[in-house]
Design a protein around this ligand. Structure first.
Ligand code: NAD
Ligand code: UDP
Length: 319
């Protein structure tokens, strides 16, 4: 297949480009570098099955040659307002990537009669009242809260994707991705794993927002990529949760990383209000992914953190 992947210079996009090329496909990667980095694509430089196009997906997209599949991953993804790369500091760009970017990429899929996969998110469930989250849950989202620029753009993107499927018959898929981590995450995007790893490797205190009792469920990137690959190859049009159901508190995450890195520094508690509508609990119900895709994550949190450390070591200039 000839596959268009948007957000190609980002964390997940770059791993997906590599995987699809490894499977023998030709990949056109697209990105405007708003939160991504060309260094993430170094391993593909000069690869004859890869073409990179620098472009903002909010503008009309032209792709040379025939396209068989489109994966729309372009969007800022960190909520953290302390980082210039957090979507709360890129509100309009985030809404445009989710709304106009989804419209334009669906347009590409329609004009090429290509299959389409939208990178949606567990954030569409908001601060969930149902736990764990099944795909049938409609969510609990503040339409004007700090996170709304991301949540509502993704909810619009899902609705538009289903509209193109129902009205135009486009062969679409929706992946609801839960917190994923691994090498190539931006060190300064403010998400919890890069923040904690950076702090632990520098022997600095870890910053836990609130009392650390809020939970997340962390998926290692290789598991996520496998889930996305299988979803694209499937015929499933309804949303599918892709994530690791192993739920832990943020305080436990800090303690786990400190233990792995042997960091003896203290944990500092910062005001929770800095993230506004920070979801209190998050865990995917992955029954559908198991049943439809025969997929479930294999990498434990400890293994995944250990596999991520060398990348952070190198980027921090540590020996
Ligand atoms: P990332 O910031 O590393 O990657 C996003 C990429 O999209 C960046 O390279 C950025 O430059 C690019 N981009 C943003 N707006 C663009 C635009 N208008 N035009 C072209 N390129 C643009 O983040 P990530 O973690 O790799 O997330 C990728 C996708 O997966 C996002 O859509 C995100 O919503 C989704 N997602 C990620 C997670 C996660 O835990 N990593 C969870 C849920 C959903
Ligand atoms: N968090 C934290 N310290 C940090 C960064 C994040 O305690 O330095 C918390 C944050 O408040 C949230 C959780 O970690 O409860 C996950 O945050 P992240 O930014 O990774 O993404 P989210 O899952 O909120 O989208």
């Amino acid at each position: 297949m000839r596959i268009l992947i948007t957000g190609a210079a980002g964390f997940l996009g770059s791993h997906l480009c590599e995987r699809f090329i490894a499977e023998g496909h030709y990949v056109i990667g697209m990105d405007n570098f708003i939160t991504g980095n060309i260094d993430n694509l170094t391993c593909l430089a000069g690869n004859s099955n890869f073409l990179f196009i620098r472009h903002d997906v909010a503008n009309f997209i032209f792709v040379p040659g025939k396209i068989d599949a489109v994966l729309h991953f372009a969007s800022p993804a960190s909520p953290n307002p302390t980082s210039p790369y957090g979507y709360t500091n890129l509100p309009i760009q985030t809404m445009k990537a989710g709304a106009l970017g989804t419209h334009n990429t669906l347009g590409v899929a329609r004009s090429h009669n290509a299959r389409y996969l939208l990178a949606s998110t567990s954030e569409i469930y908001g601060d969930p009242l149902e736990h764990p989250q099944k795909e049938t849950y409609w969510g609990h989202v503040d339409p004007i809260g700090i996170r709304s620029v991301y949540d509502e753009a993704k909810r619009f993107a899902e609705a538009l994707t289903m509209s193109y499927h129902r009205y135009h018959g486009i062969n679409t898929r929706i992946a609801r991705i839960f917190n994923t981590y691994g090498p190539r995450m931006r060190l300064d995007d403010g998400r919890v794993v890069p923040n904690f790893l950076k702090q632990a490797l520098r022997c600095d205190p870890m910053t836990v927002y609130g009392d650390g009792s809020q939970t997340r469920s962390f998926c290692y990137v290789s598991d996520l990529v496998e889930g996305i690959y299988r979803l694209l190859m499937s015929d499933e049009h309804n949303p599918v949760n892709i994530g690791n159901p192993n739920e832990i508190t943020i305080l436990e995450l800090a303690q786990t990383i400190n233990k792995i890195v042997c960091n003896k520094s203290e944990i500092i508690f910062k005001p929770a209000s800095r993230l506004g509508d920070d979801p209190q609990r998050r865990r995917p119900d992955i029954s559908r992914a198991k049943e439809i895709l025969g997929w479930e994550p294999k990498i434990t949190l400890e293994e995944g953190i250990r596999q991520t450390i060398p990348y952070f070591h190198e980027k921090l200039g540590l020996k």
